[in-house]
Write a protein that binds this ligand. Structure first.
Ligand code: UDP
Ligand code: MG
Length: 336
């Protein structure tokens, strides 16, 4: 399947699209989803919207089933449109996306990330590419229905988005990790050197020209969700602790409130004590519990603020984001 360039022929690699597909034990869906995603790439190539060497980059997140074998087979059949990288062990969905982007950004102008199970509508990729050509650097895929999810997942997702909004984290509602990013936007995103990655919170920080495309969410093609409840909770906590100081501020305010309630209640206790309505030891004990409880909470939140500052330094988030122009493109030309 390798096509050699004819004499005098250019390999037009402008507008190269790479579709990153993270895979964790996806042997049941890969044979079908790889075929369907490839068809979209071929359609886009035929419409001259993306380069001929546009590709699907599978990232095997340490799967224990036949996932990698399938990826190798696909690459063997069509080395241009199927490529892959494999982790030595399981590192998680977000790390798989970052690894894919780090690899793809070297050669690609457009990078799309999509799940392997085809829950996201692959036809939206075509719309995303059109938006890219209109000048948008980030195109978010937004679900206009969640009917295929369980009632529980729908409700918790809704509660999560609304809570994130309230605590001041800028996120696109009903958007998971199905999006297109330009080379420049991806490079800027990768300048965030976080260890605990929450892309849905990070991408809006890039703040390049962005838009949304809407699609209907399908059922999983086959197999089970790789995001069980426990993983979802730790993912949500990642988002909250990485992007918001509100939880520490909440503890501080609770501490101040407890302290003042303690003072007012202590006046009452003192009055009871002076009028002889208490047993020995009770007044001092109750007053000290309230007041010291408040002081402890405030002290904890102060320590929390220091830890938060250390965390920001350690994360080494870029202090400012420059809007770079992409480097000059290299075109391969066959002179033989
Ligand atoms: N995934 C991954 N590592 C993980 C969990 C998930 O690479 O630890 C991949 C998975 O193979 C799929 C995508 O991330 O391609 C989203 O997972 P899934 O569809 O199971 O999540 P859900 O749609 O149920 O939230
Ligand atoms: Mg899914």
């Amino acid at each position: 399947m390798v096509r050699y360039l004819q004499k005098g022929e250019f390999l037009n690699d402008e507008n190269k699209l790479t579709i990153i597909v993270p895979c964790y034990n996806e042997e049941e869906v890969l044979p079908e989803s790889s075929k369907q995603i490839r068809e979209i790439i071929i359609e886009l190539i035929n419409e001259n919207k993306v380069a001929e060497n546009s590709t699907i980059l599978f990232v095997d997140d340490g799967s224990k089933d036949q996932t990698w074998k399938i990826i190798e087979k696909l690459h063997h059949e069509d080395p241009i449109h199927y490529s892959g990288i494999k982790f030595s062990r399981h590192f998680g969905h977000q790390n798989a996306l970052i690894a894919g982007m780090t690899t793809a950004v070297q050669t690609s102008d457009m990078i799309v990330t999509i799940d392997a199970d085809l829950q996201d509508d692959i036809n939206a990729i075509k719309e995303m590419v059109t938006k890219y050509h209109e000048g948008f650097e980030v195109v978010y895929g937004v679900r206009n229905n969640r009917d295929t999810n369980t009632k529980f997942k729908r409700r918790t997702a809704l509660a999560f988005y609304s809570m994130m909004g309230k605590i001041g984290v800028n996120m696109v509602a009903n958007h998971a990790d199905f999006r297109l990013m330009s080379k420049c936007a991806t490079k800027t995103l990768l300048s965030f050197k976080e260890q605990n990655i929450f892309l849905r919170g990070l991408v809006p920080l890039v703040d390049y020209a962005s838009t949304e495309v809407y699609y209907s969410r399908n059922k999983r093609l086959a197999g089970e969700s790789k995001y069980p409840l426990k993983k979802m909770i730790s993912f949500a906590l990642e988002g909250i602790t990485s992007f918001s100081i509100m939880s520490i501020r909440f503890v501080r305010n609770l501490g101040i409130l407890t302290f003042f309630i303690g003072i007012i209640y202590s006046l009452n206790i003192l009055f009871q004590h002076l009028t002889g309505n208490t047993v020995p030891g009770w007044s001092s004990l109750t007053m000290s519990i309230w007041i010291s409880g408040g002081i402890q909470l405030v002290s904890l939140s102060i320590i929390g603020e220091y830890i938060r500052n250390i965390y920001s330094e350690v994360k080494k988030d870029p202090a400012l984001l420059l809007k770079k122009t992409c480097p000059i493109k290299i075109t391969i030309f066959n002179i033989f």
